[in-house]
Ligand binder design. Structure first.
Ligand code: ZN
Length: 143
């Protein structure tokens, strides 16, 4: 997220700025515009679909973001408890990581993806994190 907020991810736009040949440079999800960090996490219709689905899943109002930094800051504006904000923040980080992974799987492995698959992957990862968090608390309590 730190690298994304600084526009330091190797998107097609960023690679092109460094004179790396990247084909037509369009977004691998939608193909509608040039792929940039802002587009990948906010402007792309795939990202918008992911945020809508995850806002519903987290029971928070739908939000509009224009950059990765907006995604990070959005959590602090929610009228929720700190514990829920921490969970939502984890979901958002997981969603960004999953979108990057889906993008890379499509580019390097030709694996197709869609909003439903990305959201399902985020949800399953969320349950693993919850399991690992509980396991960590149990381990700490036993010592
Ligand atoms: Zn796109």
């Amino acid at each position: 997220m730190w690298r994304a907020s600084l526009d330091r991810l190797p998107t097609q736009n960023a690679l092109r700025r460094r004179n790396v040949q990247v084909g037509d440079g369009s977004c691998v999800f939608c193909g509608e515009t040039e792929e940039s960090v802002d587009h990948l996490f906010s402007g792309c219709r795939v990202a918008c679909g992911v945020w809508i689905a995850l806002a519903k899943w987290c029971k928070i109002p739908h939000f509009f973001v224009f950059s990765p930094l907006d995604v990070i800051k959005m959590v602090s504006y929610l009228a929720e408890s700190n514990a829920k904000k921490e969970r939502i923040y984890g979901v958002i980080i997981g969603a960004c990581w999953t979108m990057c992974k889906a993008r890379n799987d499509k580019i390097f492995n030709g694996k197709p993806t869609n909003v439903a698959q990305i959201v399902a992957d985020v949800k399953s990862m969320g349950f693993l994190w919850r399991f690992f968090s509980l396991l960590g608390k149990l381990v700490l309590a036993s010592f």
